[in-house]
Design a binder for this molecule. Structure first.
Ligand SMILES: [Fe+2]
Ligand SMILES: [Fe+2]
Length: 147
């Protein structure tokens, strides 16, 4: 694995990949083309993996023993829960062939993602040494696609 690792780059690229899957899902809803359950499933799978990796492999590196930044990670985890609950509701509507409202979900997720892209991950990279970054990167790099 190359020397200067950047967790931001990996995770921002994964956000972009998930956004691409989300946009495909949105397009399939709009076109009502019969692919919508499949594209939702692909999107949801990558989103669930992403959130799990953040919680299990990354967030623990963000706060220090004195509790600094702990609240921020708790808040992100709370938002993850809401994101997953919203996805469940969307899935039920899709399966029942009811109209789906993805606007509220989209708003929350974009806000969440923007905070991680602009504040959380850059700060995490500043806090970690290369050894810690390598540890994280080894855990995440084979689990998440970046393009
Ligand atoms: Fe997140
Ligand atoms: Fe994220």
């Amino acid at each position: 694995m190359k020397e200067s690792i950047n967790i931001s780059d990996l995770m921002i690229q994964n956000h972009k990949y998930i956004k691409k899957l989300f946009d495909m899902f949105k397009k399939d809803i709009k076109e009502n083309n019969g692919r919508v359950l499949k594209s939702f499933d692909t999107f949801k799978w990558e989103m669930e993996k992403h959130l799990l990796i953040e919680e299990k492999a990354i967030f623990g590196f963000y706060y220090s023993d004195d509790g600094e930044n702990y609240e921020i990670t708790l808040d992100l985890i709370k938002q993850h829960k809401i994101i997953l609950e919203m996805l469940k509701i969307i899935e039920v509507s899709l399966r029942d062939e009811e109209a789906v409202n993805i606007l509220e979900f989209e708003r929350l997720w974009i806000k969440h993602k923007r905070f991680e892209d602009e504040i959380f991950y850059p700060e995490l990279d500043r806090k970690l040494n290369n050894h810690e970054k390598k540890d994280i990167a080894e855990r995440i790099v084979y689990s998440i696609p970046v393009n």
